[in-house]
Design a protein around this ligand. Structure first.
Ligand code: GLN
Length: 484
């Protein structure tokens, strides 16, 4: 194995035995990026010089631990001091923040090394990374397919061994769906578990920061670093952060696992369903108790999500007016004209569609009929989950209805694209933690299994995911990139 192929914990071990250095690892990562990113196109910005300088500094200090000396990638939605943060939008194309988002800052404080900023759907709106204002990212398993989205650059970079881990955000599935499409581990924590300070907002009651990694152990390790209360984010919750690595004991004996019948319907590819059913049998063999349940309001989750998310987005995106941030139209005749021309030029089609939908749903006369009703549905969805978690430890389902689809296949049809989120949005509506782990292949593409836990039950997810990983080898497969 070469350095760029290793996990964080494998690199850590080499570092602690002084068998490699932060500089060697960082150089290996950049030569990998230079070799494959022309085709994968995961990165918007590379920070090579700064990364090499930091690696030298860490080697000089000579102390390693957790992620010291390990390169990482950040979705380009995380503000990074002195490093361009675009949110894959023309409106922020030249935006250079003066501060680090809390989650990124924690990784840097632990001596993680930023390799660069990763592509995404503009303002995290999308499921394929084709809605980036700059370029599409390719799925490393098949360059003609999408990596998923909106954190597609993060998932693709980890799958292509360009970085050992990367952060993303998940509002309705944007960590789990790309993790599933690219065959890596992706975790969306409980709402409030990780600070979102300095992360560009899409839909604030749904957005959550999480991580992509090559295996469950690495995912737990990163969560240990980024979790916890942040005085700068009043929605972050002041609950003790357990040592997630301590739950990796491989034991699921007696664990009660539910699978919701609504998540195994004809709209979900039968081969994808098959892979999950096999995984459930595996869990039974390992001593878990598996049973079917119902989440009766599931079918309303997607429409309700697209009302809540667009309503919040329309409010959050009002700040981009050409005055305070980013792109400004200098030709405008007056200030109102300047607002509208800057926004017209700066936002892409999907972002505009959502601002219009959201503004409509919030307008007087429609507020009660749409937005308020969606909030009521949201409560019913959360109650469905609470009822299941009164009796079960964990819910298991497919992460996405299909494996990764072809680039261009769905982009002309927003509603089809929205359907990708049908199995992930209910979890954001309820604020629960969920993870996607590789559990099979179909058409040569990875299939992801979604594990959902009760609020702040991340340890249960890690325990169950690790047990599955220990008893299967899906996480060991990597795409055979044909580098041209
Ligand atoms: N695909 C969903 C959307 O477009 C989810 C995006 C996300 O989780 N950021 O809203």
């Amino acid at each position: 194995m070469e350095l760029h192929q290793l996990t964080i914990h494998e690199l850590q071990e080499l570092l602690s035995r002084k068998e490699t250095s932060a500089l060697e690892i960082t150089q290996a990562i950049f030569s990998r990026i230079h070799a494959v990113d022309k085709q994968v196109r995961a990165f918007i910005t590379l920070t090579e010089e700064e990364a090499l300088a930091k690696a030298r500094e860490i080697d000089n200090q000579g102390e390693y631990g957790r992620i010291a000396g390990i390169p990482l990638g950040l979705k380009d939605i995380f503000c990074t001091r002195g490093v361009k943060t675009t949110c894959a939008s023309r409106i922020l194309e030249n935006f250079v923040p003066t501060y680090d988002s809390t989650a990124a800052g924690k990784l840097f404080a632990d001596k993680g090394i930023l390799a660069g900023k990763l592509n995404m759907d503009e303002f995290a709106m999308g499921s394929s990374t084709e809605q980036s204002a700059f370029f599409s990212t390719c799925n490393p398993w098949d360059f003609t397919r999408v990596p998923g989205g909106s954190s597609g650059g993060s998932a693709a970079a980890v799958a292509a061994d360009e970085v050992p881990f990367a952060l993303g955000t998940d509002t309705g599935g944007s960590i789990r769906q790309p993790a599933s499409f690219c065959g890596v581990v992706g975790l969306k924590p409980t709402y409030g578990r990780v600070s979102r300070w300095g992360v560009i907002a899409y839909a604030s009651s749904l957005d959550q920061v999480g991580t992509f990694a090559k295996d469950v152990r690495d995912c737990a390790l990163v969560m240990n670093i980024i979790s916890g209360k942040d005085p700068l984010d009043s929605t972050s919750v002041d609950l003790p952060v357990p040592d997630y690595s301590a739950s990796l004991d491989g034991n699921v004996k007696g664990m009660k696992i539910a699978y919701p019948r609504e998540y195994f319907q004809p709209g979900i590819d039968s081969q994808v369903q098959e892979a999950i059913k096999k995984a459930l049998i595996k869990y039974e063999e390992m001593g878990a108790i598996v049973d079917e349940v119902s989440l009766p309001h599931s079918e309303y989750a997607l429409p309700a999500y697209y009302l809540v998310a667009t309503a919040e987005a329309s409010a959050n995106l009002a700040r981009y007016d050409g005055v305070r941030y980013g792109l400004r139209d200098f030709e405008a005749a007056n200030v109102i004209d300047m607002f509208s021309r800057s926004r017209a030029e700066g936002f892409g089609e999907e972002v505009k569609r959502r601002i219009m939908l959201g503004s409509y749903a919030l307008s007087s006369g429609y507020y009660d009929a749409y937005y308020l009703k969606a909030l009521k549905v949201r409560r019913l969805i959360a109650d469905d989950f609470s009822k299941v978690f009164a009796k079960f430890d964990l819910i298991v389902s497919p992460t996405a209805p299909t494996v990764a689809f072809k680039i261009g296949e769905q982009i002309g049809d927003p509603l089809t694209l929205y359907m990708n989120d049908i199995l992930t949005v209910p979890i954001n509506m309820a604020g629960l933690p969920a993870m996607s782990i590789p559990c099979g292949f179909h058409e040569g593409m990875p299939v992801g299994m979604q594990l959902v836990g009760p609020a702040f039950g991340e340890s249960t997810l890690f325990k169950a995911a690790f047990a599955f990983e220990q008893n299967t080898d899906f996480h060991t497969f990597r795409p055979a990139l044909e580098v041209k």
